[in-house]
Design a protein around this ligand. Structure first.
Ligand code: HEM
Length: 135
């Protein structure tokens, strides 16, 4: 009994990491941005919101030169180039929305900030539907 448990544990330790999602540079940036993104939903302090929007802009700007894991696997050629251009366009849209969000917070216009958050949600969903293998 003990031996089979030990055996099962050894197998699990050896096999499970192979199934774990590999953490890419892009997923690290997305994760850091996500912390700000989640806070936007209930941010009541416009100064904090503006600062978080600025931090998010920096992170999103860095994602522009990265390649989603799904696209990295594609063969070189026009289909890959087109997919990469669409990826950068959508991340660019996220960047523009974050600039608008910062401006809304600076103007202390929380209604506008909430509306921009809704737009971010839509681009996020569209981007992940298109470029994340499974979510
Ligand atoms: C508000 C906007 C967005 C937020 C808050 C967000 C957040 C996240 C989070 C939390 C992850 C998971 C990271 C992990 O696995 O630990 C992720 C992954 C990912 N996101 Fe986003 N995302 C946003 C928009 C987008 C857009 C617009 C695109 C595409 C144009 C995109 C493409 C990806 C890709 C490709 C991954 C997987 C990482 C990889 O392939 O290396 N995301 N995102």
């Amino acid at each position: 009994m003990k031996i089979s448990l030990l055996f099962a544990t050894l197998i699990a330790t050896a096999v499970l990491p192979a199934f774990a999602e590999e953490e890419t540079e892009l997923s690290k940036k997305m994760d850091s941005f996500n912390d700000h993104y989640k806070a936007f939903r209930r941010e009541e302090d416009p100064a904090k919101g503006a600062a978080a929007a600025r931090e998010s802009q920096k992170l999103v700007a860095e994602t522009l030169s990265m390649t989603p894991a799904m696209l990295a696997k594609m063969a070189e050629g026009p289909a890959k180039e087109s997919a990469l251009a669409t990826y950068r366009q959508m991340m660019g849209e996220v960047y523009v929305l974050l600039c608008k969000l910062e401006q809304a917070y600076l103007a202390k216009d929380m209604t506008k900030a909430a509306a921009i958050y809704e737009q971010l949600k839509e681009v996020r969903k569209a981007g992940h539907d298109k470029f994340v293998e499974e979510e």
